[in-house]
Write a protein that binds this ligand. Structure first.
Ligand code: PAF
Length: 287
């Protein structure tokens, strides 16, 4: 397995990945997996560091998964910098990079899709109907290919995390799915590979998303009705300069069930997706 310039070994095939993990297993070592689509930032590195606290060896995967992008979305434009990503992963203490080609993950004839219902249905499930089937399929494959003890995912993609927890439980996958807290810029904007698309003006508006969600959460905790809080938050985002709001919704954290309509007493997660120019931002706040 040739190392990258950063010295991090890189596996290009499932067979190479499995051989490396099997060698670690023979030494009695535990294994963590951090799935990514690359264009890494401090948020991804926090996942690697968390995995390192829980397992002896950490694999990061880098695969821009075509099946989770709709035809009109940004698959072609998605930022790609494998060498830069490898250097960052090495600095965070990752032990192996798994960076397969599309044909390795979806060989000719591949025709199985993993569909999670319930938790995958609302929010991004409505706004991006083909997204979660693509995510659930690739994550199931990565978990089967690597066979980790622990797999770590960021809470910025909060619904994705719940979808993955659900599929791991439903398919009896012997892995612990761990969520890691959102890493934010100083002004509150959640770190995301897609922030690179923002113009300077849009970047100034973007932190309003977190502020509006934080305000919404505080108002729900103060006993305001869910529908009023959600409508006020949408209006605040549009007034701040967002072009379109897919949703701002308060839901139960684990199952993403609807809350309200009246005051809420239990745990709350407020989730939003909104467009600034060509960039779609998502974020969430809760307890
Ligand atoms: O969150 C992501 O980067 C992707 O959805 C994931 C989990 C790596 C699957 O492609």
């Amino acid at each position: 397995m040739p190392p990258t310039a950063s010295g991090l070994p890189i596996a290009r095939t499932v067979a190479e990945l499995r051989a490396k993990v099997a060698a670690w297993r023979r030494e009695g070592l535990s294994v963590g997996l951090v799935p990514t689509m690359g264009a890494l930032h401090e948020g991804h590195l926090s996942l690697v560091r968390l995995a390192r606290t829980r397992t002896d060896r950490v694999v990061a995967s880098l695969f821009v998964n075509p099946t989770q992008f709709a035809p009109h979305e940004d698959f072609d434009a998605y930022p790609r910098d494998e060498a830069g990503d490898a250097a960052l992963l090495a600095s965070a203490g990752c032990h192996l990079l798994f960076a397969p080609a599309v044909a390795e993950m979806y060989p000719p004839g591949a025709s199985t899709t993993v569909i999670v219902s319930g938790v995958a249905d609302p929010l991004d499930g409505l706004a991006r109907p083909s997204h979660f089937p693509g995510v659930a399929t690739i994550v199931t494959k990565l978990l089967n290919q690597c066979g980790p003890d622990v797999a770590v995912f960021g809470e910025k993609d909060f619904q994705q995390l719940q979808v993955i927890k659900r599929l791991a439980a439903d398919l009896d996958l012997p892995v612990e799915i761990l969520g890691a807290p959102i890493v934010r810029a100083e002004d509150g904007l959640a770190l995301s590979s897609r922030n690179a698309y923002l113009s300077a003006d849009e970047r100034r508006v973007a932190p309003r998303l977190y502020e509006v969600l934080t305000e919404a959460f505080a108002r729900l905790r103060a006993g305001e009705a869910v529908e009023t809080v959600e409508a006020t938050a949408v209006a605040a985002l549009l007034a701040a300069g967002f072009d379109r709001v897919d949703y701002v919704e308060a839901r139960t954290p684990a199952d993403l069930d609807r809350l309200g309509p009246g005051p809420v007493t239990g745990p709350i997660r407020v989730l939003a997706a909104a467009h600034l120019g060509r960039t779609r931002l998502i974020d969430n706040v809760g307890d």
